[in-house]
Design a binder for this molecule. Structure first.
Ligand code: 5AD
Ligand code: SF4
Length: 466
């Protein structure tokens, strides 16, 4: 799932740490929720080093860009940002002030010291598997060294997930991400993730449960388990029992205070019986499933190395809908993969009609250097990709609107998350992730309230108290 142009910032980093000598960090986060989560962790680690977050780039002593490499556009954005920062740094230097620039995330991992060669403004480059070394890296960079930190051992992979100081956690509000798994061994032929995030590693049960408890104690009501391949998570339960994500969800559902659970992103091949049972038996597991399929054509699915057919995918959804009829589906699609014909594209449109998505993300294929897809011949011309994307998005958008419209008049449980833009309003979330505008008298932030949906807007639902 893409969160473009998100500026992460933490309004509530511990006040007592703000001393006259404290420095400021401005962070900009691109890409998926894993990056959002990582940015929060980096912010926590830097707070311990005396760096306060700021939303004003002009007052930043350190500008850290957390990057995404998934498509060319996302990666190129980094270099245009660095160009602007170069200019800014020069202007600052003329005033006798310094500004450090760091690049983190998947572009950092993929390009390493090439970034510093191409953009000399950069002082430090740090990959997602080495964030635990960030304080050290920043210290070195402050001493004038250009630092590139992207080498890691698999055993170290979760070192960068220290337990955050509770004060910082509480500030994050009533919803939180919790990384349970990182990396991917699936090697879809279009995807850079197995190269930038490395091979699949699962966090141990005890660590996950401890972090979830801590979040709950800090007032978090909804926890979203994160992983590039979250349902490939596996671990050891009591008495050496082999656990998958389903068993983990049952365990997390026991934690007092947690009222909602979600997980993302899943691969169709890793949905097992226990996970389907979790959807059947756990009311607090939200009826929303992001399950990318990428294409509806078996030929293209094979070329993408997805290792499932369109029929496998549809059957899976049928099984889940049989036990949880209100589940809303979300997906990711790529149009214009090399060799995609009109018939292949029609098969995708057909699959979309059959599934009826509540939400979806669709992209034009972008060849990524080093992935097998990039070396395939028969690339689809850009204008055809554009045309297909437009058709697909029109259909997906219509499904999304129809789904929202179908909720008008219904009573829904909404988790109240934050104050609204208008006085007297608060914003909450439906079970299907839609923002819902609620009256402030409906409930406090953190409450789950029942409201009646009165109107479906383009992005949010409106409601009245019941
Ligand atoms: N080109 C276009 N889209 C891509 N995605 C991943 N790699 C590429 C690529 N090379 C999309 C997939 C994935 C989502 C996170 O991004 O749909 O599920
Ligand atoms: Fe990329 Fe495929 Fe792994 Fe998803 S499953 S991260 S698309 S390689």
């Amino acid at each position: 799932m893409e969160l473009n142009d998100t500026i992460t910032h933490d309004e509530t980093a511990p006040a007592e740490a703000a001393t006259a000598s404290s420095k400021k960090v401005f962070m900009k986060t691109y890409g998926c929720q894993m990056n959002v989560y990582d940015s929060q962790r980096m912010s926590d680690a830097l707070a311990v080093e005396g760096y306060q977050p700021t939303e004003t780039i002009d007052e930043a002593d350190l500008v850290l860009i957390n990057t995404c490499h998934i498509r060319e556009k996302a990666a190129e954005k980094v270099y245009s940002q660095l160009g602007r920062l170069q200019k800014m740094k020069k202007e600052r230097a003329a005033l006798g002030r310094d500004m450090m620039v760091g690049v983190a995330g998947c572009v950092a991992q993929a390009e390493g010291d090439e970034i510093i060669r191409r953009a000399p403004v950069v002082d430090l480059v740090i990959g997602p598997q080495t964030y635990h070394r960030l304080p050290d890296v920043v210290r070195k960079a402050r001493a004038g060294e250009k630092v590139v930190e992207t080498e890691y051992a698999v055993e170290d992979k979760f070192e960068h997930l220290p337990t955050a100081p509770r004060k910082v956690v509480r500030s994050r509000g009533v919803t939180a991400f919790l990384t349970v798994q990182e990396g991917c061994d699936k090697f879809c032929t279009f995807c850079v993730v197995p190269y930038t995030r490395g091979s699949e590693v699962s966090r141990p049960v005890a660590q996950i449960v401890a972090e979830a408890r801590q979040l709950a104690e800090a007032g978090v009501r909804e926890v979203t388990l994160l992983g590039q391949n979250v349902n490939a998570w596996h671990g050891e339960g009591p008495a050496g029992a082999e656990w998958g994500l389903g068993q983990l969800l049952f365990e997390l559902a026991k934690i007092p205070g947690i009222a909602r659970l979600r997980y993302t992103t899943s691969h169709p091949r890793d949905i097992d019986d226990a996970l389907i049972e979790a959807h059947r038996d756990l009311d607090i597991l939200m009826p929303y499933l992001h399950l990318p399929v990428q294409s509806g054509s078996d030929r293209i699915l094979k070329a993408m190395n997805r290792k499932h057919t369109a029929a496998d995918y549809l059957r899976l959804i049928e099984r889940i809908r049989a036990v949880r009829p209100d589940i809303a589906m979300s997906g990711d699609f790529i149009v214009g993969f090399p060799g995609e014909t009109d018939e292949d594209f029609d098969a995708t449109m057909q699959l979309v009609r059959e599934v009826d998505y509540a939400q979806a993300f669709s992209f034009k294929y972008s060849p990524r250097p080093g992935t097998p897809g990039a070396d395939l011949g028969s690339h689809v011309v850009e204008s055809v990709k554009d045309e297909r994307l437009q058709l697909l998005q029109a259909l997906l958008f219509k499904q999304q609107r129809d789904f929202a419209a179908s909720l008008v008049g219904r009573e829904l449980d909404v988790l109240v998350e934050k104050p609204g833009r208008e006085p007297g309003q608060r914003v909450g979330r439906s079970p299907w992730l839609q923002p819902v505008i609620v009256d402030e008298n409906a409930g406090e932030i953190g409450d789950i309230v029942t409201v009646r949906i009165t109107k479906a807007g383009s992005n949010s639902l409106f409601s009245e108290p019941v």
